[in-house]
Design a protein around this ligand. Structure first.
Ligand code: GLC
Length: 426
């Protein structure tokens, strides 16, 4: 593919337009035919480069399907399609427009502040930010009420799909405790759209389904799900994104004179940042997940432990993360791989167990640049653009060969290209 910036930009815009359904965007045709939560928020950052109104619309549509308790679901099934499993009938959440019953990383606060700051149409930005502010605040409140019931300052994910890093090694150990008996027989659809060798195994899929059926049997009552779930993992990446979103929402609320929202989110961010440090691992040079059911850290060095670069962590921690990336980059050609390449569980092509994603690259690079680690941030940006020019707008890439994996013509990959092209990291 071309290395010419203007041409690359146009190709990225083509992908976004191709997947645009009018007021929401699908991640890619075939494999993911609905609206996904964090995909949409990050996609909006890309759309804003050519159509600000459309960017605001993307997030507004997502929040139109917020649950009455405050949760923003991970999938909104706007239009029925039988090409995806598990579909609306399996989730059976009984929402006016069908949605899944779990959530995804809370990037909305981060995305909205960024859209607001960059907006050329100031009146529109203020109108939309004011509209979204209380909704995002309600979602943040939902997280701490339902996923941190004992007030530790950190929230747990109850399903690997909530983390957005569906198949990561991080969940393997805790996942062992999830049973597979009694699940309704099913046919997967993902393996019809993508190479099965790149996708989760059947044993993993059975467990994904067991959790969905368990939560469904509890009527998707979020006040009951946390304690009833055999899987409760405190993911540093997931928490860091939420903490960054809290801090960003607080700043935005201050600008807009919403002092109560500002104070609540500032307090969440401060408490969480202090609690996050207990997840730091000196030997791995990154943060680790913690299994809330056992109280133990999970020995898996993944990029989830690097995402805290995005939050307000101590500069020494951010510097150590940058050194870890340098160490990993000696083992692969393209960064940032989703798992430590020295880990025997590393798999270069399998979903979240080794490959590179542009969205996580973007967030890590952004955080490192803000922490003065601009050389590593630039390396990540360079690697990301090299992958695109060699292999197109794929869902993810083999960090050794650059082979494009998963779905093609992928929306958030294209959105991140627009971000990387527009903004050399600070
Ligand atoms: C996969 C990813 C998830 C993403 C979704 C749509 O499930 O793991 O993070 O949101 O695809 O792109």
């Amino acid at each position: 593919m071309t290395t010419d910036k203007a041409a690359l930009r146009n190709l990225a815009i083509d992908v976004l337009k191709e997947n645009d359904q009018g007021d929401y965007t699908i991640p890619t045709k075939g494999l993911y035919p609905f609206q996904w939560n964090w995909d949409s928020c990050l996609t909006a950052l890309g759309q804003a480069h050519f159509d600000e109104a459309r960017a605001w619309q993307e997030i507004e549509t997502l929040f139109a399907h917020q649950w009455p308790d405050g949760m923003v679901p991970h999938i909104v099934f706007h239009v029925y399609s039988d090409g995806y499993f598990p579909g609306p009938d399996v989730w059976d959440t009984k929402r006016p427009t069908a949605t899944s019953g779990i959530t995804q990383p809370a990037v909305a606060g981060f995305a909205v502040k960024r859209l607001f700051e960059r907006a050329k149409d100031r009146a529109l930005a203020e109108e939309k930010a004011r509209l979204l502010l209380p909704k995002i605040d309600k979602w943040h409140d939902w997280f701490y009420r339902n996923r941190d019931p004992r007030g530790e300052g950190l929230v747990a994910i109850l399903h690997p799909w909530e983390a957005g890093r569906d198949n990561s090694v991080d969940w393997d150990e805790a996942f062992e405790r999830v049973p597979t008996d009694g699940i309704t027989p099913y046919t997967r659809r993902d393996t019809q759209h993508a190479d099965p060798a790149h996708r989760p195994t059947k044993a993993q899929y059975d467990r994904y389904l067991w959790l969905v059926e368990k939560f469904r049997s509890l009527g998707w009552d979020n006040t009951r799900l946390h304690d009833a779930s055999p899987l409760q993992v405190i993911d540093p990446g997931f928490n860091a994104i939420l903490l960054r979103a809290c801090a960003d929402l607080a700043a935005l609320a201050e600008t807009l004179g919403e002092t109560a929202i500002a104070a609540a989110n500032r307090a969440r961010a401060e408490k969480g940042i202090a609690a996050l440090d207990a997840l730091w691992s000196d030997s791995h040079g990154l943060y680790l997940c913690k299994d809330r059911t056992t109280g133990r850290l999970i020995d898996s060095a993944s990029l989830g432990g690097m995402l805290p670069a995005l939050a307000d962590i101590p500069a020494s921690r951010a510097a150590a993360i940058a050194r870890t990336i340098e160490r990993w980059s000696a083992k692969v050609k393209f960064i940032v791989p989703s798992q430590d390449p020295d880990d025997p569980r590393f798999e270069a092509k399998r979903y979240w167990r080794g490959p590179v994603w542009l969205v996580t690259n973007y967030m890590i690079a952004d955080g490192l640049a803000a922490n003065g680690e601009s050389a590593v941030a630039e390396q990540i940006r360079g690697s990301s653009l090299d992958l695109i020019t060699q292999s197109g707008f794929a869902e993810y890439y083999d960090p050794i060969t650059a082979e494009p994996c998963g779905g093609g013509r992928f929306t958030w990959t294209a959105a991140m290209v627009l971000e990387f092209l527009a903004e050399p990291t600070r």
